[in-house]
Design a protein around this ligand. Structure first.
Ligand SMILES: [Zn+2]
Length: 99
């Protein structure tokens, strides 16, 4: 599992089985500690599973956009907004968050 902060691989420090999920504490090779939950897909209803997948895709898309804004620092807000299909206000908001 890759680290959410730096994308380095991680190792499992601790695994706790508390049905219906497994909770794992992980440590990436750059020292970031984080927690993951593992759930058997058969234990969640279809609606919850689909909503979770949609949520994860939305988070992933938001992270990709954040990265594009960060790497496109020399571009104007309107240029980036056009490229990413988001508003200029959102580009400025992401820039502020990155400072
Ligand atoms: Zn990390």
């Amino acid at each position: 599992m890759r680290c959410n902060k730096c994308a380095a691989e991680s190792e499992v420090l601790e695994t706790r089985k508390s049905a219906p999920w497994v909770r794992r504490t992980r440590l990436c090779f750059n020292g970031h500690k984080f927690v993951t939950y593992e759930v058997y897909s058969g234990n969640i209803d279809r609606g919850t599973r689909d909503a979770t997948v949609r949520g994860l895709k939305a988070v992933s898309l938001a992270n990709q956009r954040r990265l594009r804004v960060k790497n496109g620092a020399v571009k104007t807000a309107s240029q980036l907004a056009r490229e990413l299909g988001i508003t200029e206000a959102r580009v400025r908001q992401i820039r502020k968050e990155l400072l």
